[in-house]
Write a new protein. Structure first.
Lengths: 210, 382
């Protein structure tokens, strides 16, 4: 089987759209609510989960024939925990501000259902290269939802994008304008509603394809 | 009948295949608003024949709201002229309040009905009547200085996310008017609390949205801040105090309650049990350091009466079982006072208490229906 065969293409495309881990499988919702109040943490979180899912998938796929079936969850957890620790330290070293903002949610990637789901459902049965593609695609599918929700929440909740002021200062009510930032957007409750809206649009768009 | 004839002549243009069929829902809504529809339910299953359909019965609620609405308008003017220190007459107060209130009512109806009609047209259903009440309730439970665009966003949010996603009128879990207020409360806290939002500086400024109004604290605001209440019990019962537009006057609300109970729309059990629950909690949990504030005055300030009479009794979001109604009301009253007294972040607990109990209403129903079934099953087994 060649590296970019049709089957591998399907493995890669599925999670990005028709089998999106957040919008279709409704996994990883907790962190999608917690880290998306601004765009920057959402992007970093998306990249971290993508990297961890991809490499955990590869490692478990390599080990899949040697892991005793009865302790496979423990082995999977050890691999994921090791990768999370590495990512967490890299974040602390290079993007300290963001890692402070993400706080416990980097560590909690271990409990992200997408990871365990992919390891159990895919990496345990497939060879390393398709597993790698599957991990990357699921991570990116997750990251895409995070970025969309983070974009909307930061724009409406703070009037900024990646920290740059988008809504002009003169529009704000303190300065004699009309506009006020929507405080609800900064709360996780609104992220849940935005994820719901994303799913809504996703279903309308994909109605014919199913 | 001139109007009937005009409507009948217009009908073909708006029905399927007609020139203006895109506005069919709107036409249908207007037609059934003026006249009882001709169609009757198909003869299938058990039915109750009644001359008034839900569009007519919902109108009793609007009529019941009118005393509170009129008083609210008068009070807007009164509070304004008291704050500015100008002399004013009763008529002057009222006209001032009317001008401040009208844009809010128009915006709330335009946005809410616009969305409802659009969705009804899209789903090819008839427009339901529930928004007639919601549309008048929304302007009555916001502060007078709330900017119109914020009101429009909140109304749209409530109609879409509290009502239409659940399947429209009659299917909603939460009271849409309260969801509007909750959205405003959490999204724009500066516009919903504090002492600057209750007195309108100028009704034109309300459109422009400047927030430097005259300051006047509500009794609940003073209590939450641990200050002595500067309004007498008489003020709070008549309603000449700052507060959301419809909520201040106990007398006007009780007139509304009488109309609702007489028309058989609101359940007196919910109203009574809400007051019982509230009174009990208010007696047990007095405010610390508020000497000139009797425990029963808790029930006369803030949105307690308005919530108990017009919000808790919403037939859609309250329990159907009679025992459920008693518990539902009691817990609303008790929780409202607990939130008021124990939680410094929320001076007013009525909105949150009702929304919370809305969630539990189906559970109460389930519990009582099941226990009834079990009781009868046991009796049958004997």
């Amino acid at each position: 089987m060649s590296l970019f065969s049709k089957e591998n293409g399907e493995i890669f495309k599925g999670p990005l759209n028709l089998n999106n881990p957040v919008a279709v499988q409704v996994l990883g919702i907790c962190s999608a609510l917690a880290v998306t109040s601004q765009l920057m943490p959402a992007i970093v979180m998306g990249i971290s989960v993508t990297a961890i899912t991809a490499f955990a998938n590869v490692i478990i796929s390599l080990l899949r024939k040697t892991i005793p079936n009865r302790i496979r969850i423990i082995v999977q957890l050890v691999v994921v925990a090791a990768l999370v620790t590495i990512v967490s330290n890299i974040l602390k070293a290079y993007v300290y501000d963001v890692s402070v903002e993400l706080s416990v949610y980097v560590g909690l990637i271990i409990t992200n259902c997408i990871l365990m789901g992919r390891l159990e459902a895919f990496a345990m049965q497939n060879s390393p290269w398709p597993s790698f593609l599957d991990g990357i695609a699921n991570g990116l599918g997750y990251a895409f939802v995070l970025v969309v929700v983070g974009f909307v929440r930061e724009l409406l909740g703070f009037g900024t994008i990646l920290g740059f002021q988008i809504v002009p200062d003169c529009c704000y009510m303190e300065n004699g304008g009309l506009y006020i930032n929507n405080g609800m957007m900064t709360m996780p409750a609104m992220a849940l509603i935005l994820v719901a809206c994303f799913i809504w649009v996703h279903r309308i768009v994909n109605e014919e394809k199913k | 009948m001139g109007l009937k004839k005009i409507l009948d002549n217009m009908k073909p243009t708006f029905s399927e295949g007609g020139k203006l069929s895109a506005f069919g829902s709107l036409f249908d809504a207007m037609e059934t608003f003026f006249y009882v529809p001709n169609e009757t339910a198909k003869a299938r299953g058990a039915q109750i024949h009644d001359a008034i359909d839900s569009k007519r019965s919902i109108f009793f609620v609007v009529i019941a709201l009118i005393p509170a609405l009129l008083f609210g308008m008068y009070n807007i003017g009164l509070q304004h002229y008291q704050a500015t220190g100008e002399e004013s007459t009763l008529v002057c107060n009222f006209v001032y309040g009317l001008l401040a209130m009208l844009p809010k009512i128009i915006v709330s109806y335009l946005v809410g009905l616009g969305i409802e009609v659009a969705i009804a047209q899209y789903k090819k259903e008839e427009v339901h009547e529930g928004f007639f009440v919601t549309g008048i309730l929304i302007p009555m439970i916001v502060p007078v200085n709330c900017p119109l665009w914020i009101l429009a966003i909140a109304t749209a949010f409530a109609v879409i996310f509290a009502k239409e996603v659940f399947g429209g009128t009659g299917m909603n879990i939460f009271n849409p008017a309260l969801v509007t207020r909750a959205f405003l409360f959490f999204a724009y806290p500066a516009m919903m609390s504090g002492d600057k939002v209750w007195v309108n500086e100028n009704y034109m400024d309300c459109i422009n949205g400047t927030i430097d109004g005259y300051s006047a604290a509500t009794p609940l605001g003073q209590l939450a801040a641990g200050e002595p209440v500067s309004y007498s019990a008489m003020d709070t019962i008549i309603g000449t105090i700052p507060g959301s537009i419809g909520e201040t006057s106990v007398i006007a609300i009780l007139i509304g309650a009488a109309i609702l109970i007489w028309a058989g729309i609101a359940s007196w059990k919910i109203i009574v049990s809400t007051f019982v629950g509230g009174a009990l909690m208010a007696y047990l949990l007095p405010y610390a350091g508020a000497e000139n504030f009797e425990w029963w005055e808790q029930l006369t300030v803030g949105g307690f009466c308005f919530g108990a009479v017009f919000m808790a009794t919403d037939p859609v979001t309250s329990p159907r079982t009679e025992c459920g109604k008693w518990i539902f009301g009691f817990l609303i009253g008790a929780l409202a006072i607990i939130i008021r007294v124990m939680n410094p972040g929320y001076p007013e607990g009525m909105m949150l208490a009702i929304l919370l109990m809305n969630v539990f209403a189906p559970l109460f129903d389930y519990f009582f229906v099941q226990s009834n079934i079990n009781k009868r099953a046991k009796r049958a087994a004997k």
